[in-house]
Design a protein around this ligand. Structure first.
Ligand SMILES: Nc1ncnc2c1ncn2[C@@H]1O[C@H](COP(=O)(O)OP(=O)(O)OP(=O)(O)O)[C@@H](O)[C@H]1O
Length: 243
């Protein structure tokens, strides 16, 4: 369970996040949707404790991101934006490195990596060095790394960026499976169709503020509009139109 309360973050003159509140429940997929520069990554980075908020609070399974960052990281799996891999290590070694940081060892670690390699169809490239991986191979490896310690909560920053159709479908299936297993999945995107295809709950943000939220059906009803892309455009318009 992820809870964000009146979160605020500025970088110099730029207000990246301006009083954002929402929650993402267990066994549900929550989408954070917004145009470029809306504050999605900054909100997510606050959750995974690499950015300190100026105001407000955020908690993961009840652990405060400022007061208890280690506990937060333990129960959180993260696919950061533009996830970097160690280029000299193979996919398996990249995943193992993170697994060891999370306290996994020996047979248990190897079995967990086998499961992830199988689930994400990584067998063909698992032993190759990461240098030269395609975008899809990089994302799969980073995703496996995020999931290696079986975290209850999973945060994915634009996970389908650069993935082809088949890889996107596989990722969607994986996200649904994680929901079925009771995980809390929060992911960001600027593509409404993608969010609509997957999410139980949608939080739309623009200029660092939540402008609409609810299930896809609730949003359709609120805006009296069947097409969710139209809902998105109308929700962000008042703020985006401001100078
Ligand atoms: N480290 C930083 N230093 C200065 N400004 C920043 C920093 N990080 C984010 N910003 C600014 O904060 C605002 C929100 O950025 P953020 O990356 O959170 O948006 P986003 O919704 O994830 O956008 P995108 O979809 O383009 O990735 C932007 O104006 C951005 O330039």
């Amino acid at each position: 369970m992820i809870e964000v309360e009146a979160l605020g973050k500025r970088f110099g003159n730029v207000t990246a996040v301006d009083g954002v509140s929402f929650s993402a429940a267990d066994a549900r997929i929550t989408g954070l949707l917004g145009p470029n520069g809306a504050g999605k990554s900054t909100t997510l980075r606050t959750l995974y404790t690499v950015v300190k908020p100026d105001s407000g609070a955020a908690r993961v399974d009840g652990h405060d991101v400022c007061a208890a960052p280690l506990q937060v990281r333990r129960c959180l799996g993260v696919l950061p934006h533009g996830a970097g891999l160690y280029p000299r290590l193979s996919a398996r070694e990249n995943i193992a490195y993170f697994g060891k940081l999370a306290g996994l060892r020996g047979q248990e670690l190897q079995r967990r990596i086998d499961t992830l390699v199988d689930m994400l169809e990584m067998a063909e490239f698992q032993h190759r060095r990461a240098k030269g991986y395609s975008q899809g191979q990089r994302i799969k490896t980073a995703l496996a790394r995020a999931l290696v310690h079986s975290p209850k909560n999973i945060v994915l920053d634009e996970p389908t960026n650069g993935l082809d159709v088949m890889a996107t479908r596989a990722l969607r299936e994986l996200i649904r499976r994680l929901r079925q297993e009771g995980h809390c999945v929060l992911f960001s995107s600027h593509v409404m169709q993608e969010v609509a295809a997957l999410c139980d709950d949608i939080i739309i943000i623009a200029r660092g503020q939540v402008v609409a939220s609810g299930s896809p059906d609730a949003l359709r009803a609120q805006f009296q509009e069947q097409d969710l892309e139209e809902v998105f455009v109308r929700a962000i318009q008042p703020l985006e139109a401001k100078p």
